[in-house]
Ligand binder design. Structure first.
Ligand code: LR7
Ligand code: MN
Length: 593
């Protein structure tokens, strides 16, 4: 054992020497003096000033070594200006391996500079804006993390320091939500105290994992800036993103702001934007999920009316926000009800805050001149507390407090959550809603999001479309509603689910939440039924009528027919036949028939 330790020490010492000579050669790495000087200010690292015991390298010197090796590994040219990065050979293989585990190519991240540059993705008109820094409110940036890759987190910190004016950036608070990953403890503390000046970056350690909602609350409690800016722990902020947020809050204290969120690819770290001409804002699905929507024409008109800048860079009202990246006046954060502390784990807090802010007198706005990149991962690299669906449970809490009787539509989509025992007590949140005299969800829909389709409103019928002769139901087969797809059929679910939820509207459109049913032009009796986005299809007002258990497509006069299909097959329309069993359907809730 002793021999082993001695070996390690010898190796460490020789590597240290190598690095030192490297440093002298090209002066890239931080100077010894600087870090010694900083170590002196930080009583935690006093140990560094004492002569080192030759046989026992201090923990600090191991951190120091490891940090230098990290810096040595980085290639400033790689991924510069936000380009994609690629590795070859063994490194490429390691990258793919780790990607499978955490949905992020950590191997690449470790080779990108912490200070890598990005392309300025703002609208050119943004460059003409000026800010009076002296009168802007100050900000605390709060970054919560749970087992995020060290290099990704450190890059989030550096990119913030590099882009947010130091006069307004009061502090960056890193909240460790009980991470178990070693690097995120001593080494991170050591990195911060030796490499980041002014004590601007603070780390708050939570003893146990409290979930992202309570972690954000813990960060907010110790923050002292006028404005709180929350970021996920895998972001890269772009040039000039801070000032426009602070300026808008200075003008309007009850505005909650989101930057445009650019995409950092989790496989190759390419920073990509959708250009500066247009961007999306936040919407929601009745199943309780956040989604992206286009800025409505109604909103564009409002912008032209109320904002004296070029419209493209005007704040855009957003019915909801994604949740991870936003700025809010610190006092307003608390006055407006911060977060629902009884929400565990991950999810749901974003819609809760969105509905609450709008219903209780605030606004949610996208600020186009503020842009921040976020690494979008394909799956969560972490487990959920007790394996629970915290997103669903939190969303049920949200819906029961804020959605009034529209909560029924949510439960129609999520019957599994109705009366779920983990939803818990809601007294406090309901009281808050009363105290703040918030408006109804109906008001929200009518005034803030009138474009939102309400599946039970003005409906002739809604729910499952069931084949009479078999236990089969029309089903979107969980296809992506952003693209056209063929309507399918599947075993009827015992309770209504999102994929079998259809509405026949009072204008006789057959649709689900996002897509409308059409029959493509063509000839012949047997044709597929296509589901296309209701927004961008001119034919979406194609009508269907429901008569004698037949669903008839009026343009063609053909009838919906499962033709003895099997589960997962595609549905068709065929020549109507009153005697055909396979053309007979019931619709679960027939309202006005
Ligand atoms: O238990 C946890 N504790 C944590 O501290 C779980 C997570 N976290 C941290 C985590 O390390 C990360 O920094 O919380 C942050 C967010 O977690 P992600 O990155 O896994 O979430 P996400 O980006 O997939 O999810 C979006 O929705 C969430 C709903 O709860 C949060 O609001 C996220 O902040 C939010 N992210 C964004 O809005 C970025 C834009 C993406 C979109 C759409
Ligand atoms: Mn995230």
């Amino acid at each position: 054992k002793v021999l082993q330790v001695e070996d390690t020490i010898r190796e460490a010492q020789s590597q240290n020497a190598k690095l030192k000579s490297l440093q002298e050669q090209n002066d890239v790495l931080p100077k010894e003096e600087t870090y010694k000087h900083r170590a002196r200010i930080n009583p935690r690292h006093r140990a560094l000033e004492r002569p080192q015991n030759e046989l026992e390298p201090s923990t600090e010197s191991i951190y120091e070594l490891s940090i230098r090796m990290d810096l040595h590994k980085q290639d400033p040219a790689l991924g510069a200006l936000g380009t994609s990065a690629h590795l070859s050979g063994e490194a490429a293989r390691r990258g793919e391996e780790i990607y499978k585990k955490i949905s992020l190519n950590q191997e690449i991240s470790e080779r990108l500079s912490y200070n890598r540059t990005l392309v300025d993705s703002r609208h050119p008109a943004c460059l003409r804006q000026t800010f009076d820094i002296k009168t802007l409110p100050s900000t605390s940036v709060i970054v919560i993390f749970y087992n995020e890759p060290y290099s990704v987190l450190v890059r989030t910190v550096h990119s913030t320091l590099n882009t947010c004016n130091e006069k307004v950036l009061k502090e960056i608070i890193l909240v460790d939500d009980g991470s178990t990953n070693d690097e995120l403890h001593g080494k991170l503390d050591y990195y911060i105290s030796t490499r980041i000046p002014n004590g601007k970056v603070k780390v708050l350690r939570l003893k146990n994992r409290l979930g992202l909602i309570r972690a954000r609350l813990a960060g907010a409690r110790i923050a002292t800036g006028d404005v709180l800016i929350f970021l996920d722990a895998h972001c890269e902020a772009n040039i000039g993103w801070c000032e426009p947020l602070l300026q808008r809050i200075k003008e309007s204290r009850t505005s909650v702001l989101v930057p445009i969120i650019d995409v950092i690819d989790s496989k190759d770290f390419q920073y990509s934007t959708n250009g500066y001409k247009s961007f999306q804002v936040g919407g929601f699905e009745w199943s309780g999920h956040f989604d992206w929507i286009e800025v409505s024409d109604r909103e564009k008109k409002r912008q032209l009316r109320e904002c004296d800048q070029p419209r493209e860079i005007c704040p855009a009202y957003s019915p909801t926000m994604a949740g991870g990246l936003f700025a809010i006046d610190r006092r307003y954060f608390w006055d407006s009800g911060s977060y629902d502390e009884q929400m565990d784990g991950w999810g749901g807090e974003n819609l809760e805050m969105s509905f609450r802010i709008w219903q209780c007198g605030g606004t949610i706005e996208t600020i186009p001149c503020s842009r921040v990149g976020h690494v979008f991962r394909d799956f969560h690299p972490y487990e959920f507390p007790n394996d629970r669906d915290t997103h669903g449970i939190n969303t049920a809490r949200m819906a029961l407090v804020w959605m009034d009787n529209y909560v029924n539509i949510f439960f129609l989509h999520r019957p599994d959550l109705k009366n779920h025992p983990d939803i818990g007590d809601l007294t406090h949140r309901k009281l808050l809603r009363k105290k703040l005299r918030c408006k109804s969800f109906n008001w929200y829909l009518e005034n803030i999001y009138p474009e939102k389709f309400v599946p039970t409103k003005n409906a002739l019928a809604y729910g499952q479309i069931r084949a009479l002769s078999k236990e089969l139901c029309a089903d979107d087969l969980s296809q992506n509603n952003e693209k056209p797809y063929n309507l399918g059929i599947f075993w009827c679910a015992k309770k209504l689910t999102k994929s079998q939820f259809f509405t026949l509207t009072d204008t006789q459109v057959l649709r689900n939440e996002l897509s409308c049913a059409t029959v493509p032009h063509g000839r012949g009796d047997g044709r597929v039924v296509k589901m296309v986005s209701c927004m961008d299809n001119d034919d979406y007002n194609e009508q269907w009528s429901y008569e004698n258990e037949h669903l008839i497509h009026l343009n063609t006069g053909l009838c919906l027919d499962h033709m003895g299909l099997r589960s997962s097959d595609e549905l068709q329309v065929t020549r109507c036949d009153n005697d055909s069993e396979t053309q007979r359907w019931t619709i679960q809730h027939e309202k006005l028939l």
